[in-house]
Design a protein around this ligand. Structure first.
Ligand SMILES: [Zn+2]
Length: 374
């Protein structure tokens, strides 16, 4: 695939940020919020490249030694911190130990990948990666040294929502009074899960979804059937990482599991629900989150269809048939509770609750909700 680190669909924001950096009007700590697939990392890499560029004309020039180092992600004053998990037999883990994997991910995929990709590359299995307090100590140590190239030091913290409280607390002072010519770029899915004290010390810049046209154009450049691309554009909600995965994933398997689960809940089959909870558990946390997001999407589409807005329904052809039949059981008397139940299950999965427990509990609630009168 043709790899690019360009801020696809975020060109306006990118040039605003570049202008602010040029005017030295950028805060010393910025927080870019939005799903990774919207391209926050592309913006961060672009800013770092611009600040480090030694060219004499417009920056980045693309050909000075700094720009060439950036091409390989090897600039000595560009630092990355991201969630990792402890390898077996070790008492701590640091991003530094996984830096080659991280760089390779960007070289192979560009800037629009997410935790699902990174987890796979780091072979984490079911382990939930996070940014530990050891990481904060490492950042402190690194940034207290003078910059190698005599200019800006840029510290990117990707997946900042996974910082533990002790990690965030340890970084506070540094965020408040960073060493001279140091730029922190934090990237997080949202401001949720970040301490208020972190938020108050950063300039928060929300990253909106990428337009469907920009996603379509990108996906078409990367190959894939036009049907798969149309589905992906419709379902990805402006997230290029999700869209790419949708083009590749077995849509049929996800749909089949959803249908099986909904039928099981409708039949109030507790034994079957327990079996499905085991399957769900074995998927791993990222896939669990993806399934819950999919279920939420399907439930919402039922209600859009029920209100007569068939044109607004975003479903694949196979899903449409099931959704139409099942829509009779999803109505204004239960849909709000279904949505909040699915959302809270997703939060529990993110918060490390055992997958099997989450899914069993969710199934029990869904059994009740599906039989609630209109
Ligand atoms: Zn340059």
């Amino acid at each position: 695939m043709d790899v690019t680190r360009e801020p696809i669909g975020q060109e306006t924001l990118a040039s605003q940020l570049a202008q602010r950096a040029d005017d030295e009007a950028l805060a010393h700590a910025v927080l870019l919020t939005g799903a990774p697939g919207r391209g926050g990392l592309a913006l961060a890499l672009g800013l770092a490249r611009q600040l480090h560029c030694k060219g004499t004309g417009p920056k980045p020039c693309g050909s000075c030694p700094s720009c060439l180092q950036h091409d390989q992600l090897q600039h000595p004053d560009l630092h990355f911190t991201f969630p990792v998990a402890k390898p077996p037999g070790k008492d701590k883990s640091l991003s530094v130990d996984q830096l080659d994997t991280w760089r390779q991910a960007i070289l192979d995929l560009g800037a629009h990948f997410d935790m699902v990709e990174l987890r796979e590359r780091m072979s984490l299995g079911n382990k939930q990666p996070f940014i530990s307090v050891h990481e904060a100590a490492d950042i402190l140590r690194r940034l207290s040294l003078t910059s190698h190239a005599g200019g800006w030091k840029v510290q990117v913290i990707w997946g900042a929502q996974t910082m533990r409280t002790d990690t965030a607390n340890k970084l506070l002072k540094l965020l408040e009074e960073p060493p001279k010519r140091t730029l922190f770029i934090l990237l997080a899915d949202s401001t949720e899960g970040l301490l208020a004290t972190i938020l108050s010390r950063t300039q928060i810049i929300p990253i909106g979804p990428i337009s469907p046209e920009a996603i379509r154009q990108r996906l078409e450049g990367e190959g894939g059937s036009s049907e798969a691309i149309s589905d992906a554009v419709a379902l990805a909600d402006g997230d290029l990482a999700v869209a790419r995965r949708l083009v590749k994933t077995d849509a049929a398997a996800e749909f089949a599991m959803y249908v099986d689960w909904m039928r099981t809940c409708y039949a109030r089959d507790g034994r079957k629900a327990a079996g499905l909870a085991d399957q769900f558990h074995d998927l791993g946390r990222e896939a669990q989150k993806q399934f819950l997001a999919y279920a939420l999407h399907m439930v919402r589409q039922c209600i859009v269809g029920n209100y007569g807005a068939q044109g607004a329904v975003r479903l694949r052809a196979a899903e449409r048939g099931f959704a139409q039949k099942f829509a009779a059981f999803i109505h204004h008397g239960n849909v709000m509770d279904m949505q909040s139940t699915l959302e809270s299950a997703a939060r529990e999965v993110s918060g490390n609750v055992y997958g099997r427990t989450v899914f069993l509990d969710l199934s029990m609630k869904m059994m009740e909700l599906l039989h609630r009168p209109k």
